[in-house]
Design a protein around this ligand. Structure first.
Ligand code: F6P
Length: 470
């Protein structure tokens, strides 16, 4: 498949020339001149639509971006990802997270593991032997289950999360816990992550040898030695930040229940089918990826904001920070060449409406345009109105000459709106899969491996050296 630098693509050079024509353009003028723009710049997928009329793009831009995807071999890369081929080139592994939610089409080991997860969850939620579950994990072994529990936890079981070695987090999670009614779930694909093992040993000290332990890991031997009573497998062909669909999501499953978790999987399956079948110009995650490439590589954006207008999704930006920046925060391509072009922007965000009283000031009047994703979850008219108002203010700005300069908004600040039909577990599954496929597609365009994370190793090694020297 194509691993040449994207800058050698004809489409890339055309996009560079095309970007010149966008210098000084005004979104407000585009939106006012073409009333049909808002209706035409929309692509739909099951349960949602991507509205991108407020992006600084026109018909030719979209055509050239689609051409760039074709020149990068997007179709072949997409087929390789979905077929479980070794797209993770430095670890020689597949990145087959789509198999985890493939239902009856999933590999037998996936289906039997899911059945076991659901049975354990139902037993825990019905038998009430345990009142509290404490998930010990970090990164993808924390962010995914934590997001599910925070979004849709129904209170049947109290599920808490510990990711940090700061003893305060563990103390808070264990406050009032009784050993016999507390289940500890240690989640670590490698079962070597310092923070997770530190906390797991600490819990054993605090709760005593009778501590009831489950483990979720690819390192079954280490988990058994550690004393786990139940061990749910993780596979090396699933990356941590793509693992919420696997047993890594077990604590989230226990918090929301089997039916809701199966809806999460179904939502991701909806998007997988859409991603697999839709041509680029009608493919929501692929278009999100290409709009991001246009903003970063041709309009110079170096940050990207995600604003979910729903309290249930307040942890989504933190989840997406790992998904996007641990995947595409790279500066070497698949051939080991230093990159001469930008890749992943700094991703940040927070729930709307509180973010309007925080960093949105910078988005409106700062010295840099920060493209934004507004996620309108149809929770209430007021939330939808605020999401729309912010996107309109960013695009149109205010140019009233009567206003003093410090009160004017430059406008021409791009955003997309992802509009959900409703916010339920299936919608969350769709959203997470949408961003997974966006990240993968950007990796294809940038010719980088989105599935390794060698950049996190040095800090771990230095921390060990510092501690050993004490
Ligand atoms: O940050 C590095 C990383 O390997 C993540 O990719 C992963 O989600 C996290 O650490 C935890 O890893 P493990 O599940 O092996 O403990």
């Amino acid at each position: 498949m194509n691993t040449a630098p994207p800058t050698e693509c004809a489409a890339w050079r055309k996009l560079e020339a095309h970007a010149e024509s966008w210098r000084g353009a005004k979104l407000a003028e585009l939106l006012e001149a073409d009333p049909a723009r808002a209706r035409n710049f929309v692509v739909t997928a099951p349960g949602l639509r991507l509205e991108y009329a407020r992006q600084a793009v026109g018909g030719l831009t979209l055509k050239l971006l689609a051409q760039l995807a074709a020149e990068r071999g997007f179709d072949q890369w997409r087929a390789a990802l979905l077929a479980g081929q070794p797209v993770n080139s430095t670890e020689h592994r597949p990145a087959w997270h789509t198999a985890l939610r493939a239902g009856e089409a999933a590999p037998q080991e996936v289906q039997s593991n899911l059945r076991k997860m659901l049975e354990l969850c139902n037993a825990l939620r019905q038998e009430k032997q345990f009142r509290r579950i404490v998930n010990l994990g970090t990164g993808g072994s924390d962010l995914g289950p934590r997001l599910l529990a925070d979004a849709f936890g129904d209170g049947t079981l109290e599920v808490r999360f510990v990711a940090n070695i700061d003893p305060v987090e563990l103390e808070r999670a264990l406050a009032g816990a009784e050993p016999e009614t507390t289940l500890i779930v240690v989640v670590s694909k490698t079962f070597t992550t310092q923070e997770t093992l530190f906390n797991a040993n600490k819990v054993k000290e605090l709760l005593g040898e009778k501590t009831e332990l489950y483990a979720v890991t690819a390192n079954v031997e280490a988990a058994r030695k550690f004393g786990a009573r139940e061990i749910l497998p993780m596979w090396d062909w699933v990356g941590g930040r793509f693992s919420v669909w696997s047993a890594a999501g077990f604590a989230g499953l226990c918090a929301i229940g089997a039916a809701a978790f199966e809806e999460i999987l179904a939502g991701a399956r909806d998007i997988d089918a859409h991603f697999a079948a839709a041509p680029v110009e009608d493919n929501v995650p692929a278009l999100m990826a290409l709009l991001g490439v246009w903003n970063v590589n041709f309009l110079g954006a170096r940050a990207h904001a995600v604003l979910p207008y729903a309290h249930r999704l307040r942890l989504l930006p933190a989840y997406l920070q790992q998904l996007e920046m641990e995947s595409n925060g790279k500066s070497v391509d698949r051939e080991g060449r230093a990159l001469a072009y930008a890749t992943c922007p700094v991703l940040f965000g927070a729930e709307g409406t509180p973010s309007q009283h925080s960093f949105l000031q910078l988005l409106h009047q700062g010295t840099q345009a920060v493209p934004a994703d507004f996620i309108d979850c149809a929770v209430s008219e007021a939330l939808s109105a605020n999401a729309r108002a912010q996107a309109d203010a960013l695009a149109h700005g205010t140019q009233d000459p009567a206003l003093p300069p410090h009160r004017r908004h430059p406008g021409h600040r791009p955003s997309s709106t992802i509009r959900l039909d409703r916010l339920d577990p299936r919608a969350l599954g769709r959203l997470l899969a949408l961003y997974e496929h966006k990240v993968f597609t950007q990796g294809v365009i940038w010719n980088i491996n989105s599935f390794d994370q060698w950049g996190v190793e040095l800090g771990k090694a230095l921390a060990r050296q510092i501690l050993d020297r004490r």
